[in-house]
Write a new protein. Structure first.
Length: 270
């Protein structure tokens, strides 16, 4: 198996680059990702999810190809042919490519062809949603765990990771790719977090069309239906959404004046 190329030899082997586009705002791509797009001869982008605004970082001479209408073999063959011709190839995925990006199967195909590859991470929608909501997912003594998951649809989910099992933890949770199953999601979340549990829906986080819907787990399905949202939305649930800026009780130890650590002594309690 060929492993991802290290940065030290990227220039010499010219690997195919899997690049995270971020949540949609073209300015939220990483600097490294922007530089990869600027140098690319071919960009194959996930056209069903990656806004074409991201392509503004490419050169006019760069070929841009949406993968929305391609199957795996077509997509890999196109990139392999370009790579073999000495072109710089970027595979542009939405968010972070490691999360629901289906990149491992592409990596396997490249390994079979002895084509090196490397990965540039990106900002996933859950973090753009947190910024839009103005929340911290891991509040001290409220929640210290964030679960990123999806419901089983055409792509199955291991039974041990079904939404009901994960929701039983009552941790902060961001549910991807599941808005079409909103009735079932509402049933599961309202049972685990209570029908009055705080919940938010973020549609197209960071993009010009962004919408934020604050609701409760019991009213989740009705809220989504009224807004006519059917895709590209993230559902966030958890007690951290219930904590307002004026009602913050628990604080981190990191900045507590009475808590000592390697960079600061504790102040006297007196």
């Amino acid at each position: 198996m060929i492993h991802p190329s290290s940065d030290s030899n990227t220039d010499t082997v010219n690997p195919v680059i899997f690049c995270g586009a971020g949540p949609g705002d073209p300015d939220l791509i990483t600097v490294k990702g922007q530089q990869a797009l600027a140098a690319a001869d071919l960009v194959v982008y996930a056209g069903s999810l990656v806004p074409e605004a991201l392509l503004k970082w490419t050169r006019p001479a760069c070929r841009r190809l949406s993968s929305a209408g391609l199957h795996l073999e077509e997509m890999v063959a196109t990139m392999a042919e370009a790579w073999q011709a000495g072109e710089k190839v970027v595979r542009l995925h939405t968010g972070d490519p490691s999360l629901y990006g289906a990149i491992f199967e592409q990596m396997a195909k490249f390994s079979q062809r002895n084509i090196p590859y490397t990965v540039i991470p990106g900002v996933t929608a859950a973090f753009a949603a947190a910024a839009a909501l103005g929340v911290e997912y891991t509040l001290p003594e409220v929640s210290q765990t964030l679960i990123l998951t999806r419901m089983a649809g055409r792509t199955p989910v291991p039974e041990s990771e079904n939404l009901e099992s994960l929701a039983a933890h009552r941790a902060t949770m961001a549910v991807y790719l599941s808005i079409s199953m909103i009735d079932e999601m509402t049933r599961v979340l309202s049972r685990a977090y209570g029908p009055d549990g705080a919940c938010a829906v973020v549609y197209r986080a960071s993009q010009p069309e962004q919408q934020i819907l604050w609701t409760t787990t019991g009213q989740l399905a009705e809220t989504v239906r009224q807004a006519k949202i059917t895709k590209t939305a993230l559902v966030v649930v958890g007690r951290v959404l219930d904590v307002s800026l004026d009602a913050l009780v628990h604080h981190s130890k990191l900045y507590d004046r009475h808590f000592a650590h390697g960079y600061r002594p504790a102040e006297d309690h007196r």
